[in-house]
Design a protein around this ligand. Structure first.
Ligand SMILES: [Zn+2]
Length: 166
């Protein structure tokens, strides 16, 4: 869930470094997409990534962004999510294991971790004869309505012994 600095001392973005480590040839446009991904703390879809990349390089095409995202997903650098809405959303796997709650009204995605849920998932897998290697939890929710403004405060009833509480 942490988002450390997006580039290292040599100015190479974290995602670009992962690409290099996995033997991907880095073109200028791939490098740019890697940088955009390194700087994104959210879960953008391809169109949003394209928009961010296009702001810096008007020559980049959405097809290139699609291809690069696919490639990075195949290499295990990006994880694809389906948060509803019909568009795949992406985030770097380096963000580590966590789950998502999606606000169905705003589309806002909230990340969380929960040790009890982790333990329960392991238990279920074990009961079925498996060792848990991965699991995902996506919650779709709607915020409770804001509480109404408080009614004018009424005086607290006096305690029976007649003294004010300490
Ligand atoms: Zn996430």
């Amino acid at each position: 869930m942490d988002t450390p600095a997006s580039t290292d001392r040599e100015g190479i973005s974290r995602i670009e470094r992962l690409c290099i480590d996995r033997g991907l040839k880095m073109t200028g446009q791939r490098r740019l997409i890697a940088r955009v991904l390194s700087e994104s703390a959210d879960h953008p879809d391809v169109e949003e990534l394209y928009r961010r990349a296009h702001e810096r390089d008007a020559h980049i095409s959405i097809a290139t962004v699609y291809r690069t995202v696919r490639l990075l997903e195949e290499k295990g650098i990006l994880e694809r999510h389906d948060f509803g809405g019909g568009r795949a959303r992406y985030e770097p796997t380096e963000h580590g294991p966590h789950h998502h709650l999606i606000d169905v009204d705003t589309g806002k995605v909230i990340e969380f971790a929960d040790a009890r849920h982790e333990a329960m998932a392991q238990e279920i897998a074990a009961r079925l004869g498996f060792q848990l290697v991965d699991h995902r939890l996506e919650l779709f929710g709607r915020r409770f309505p804001e509480p109404k403004p408080a009614a004018p405060a009424r005086r607290a009833p006096r305690p029976r012994n007649g003294r004010d509480p300490a």
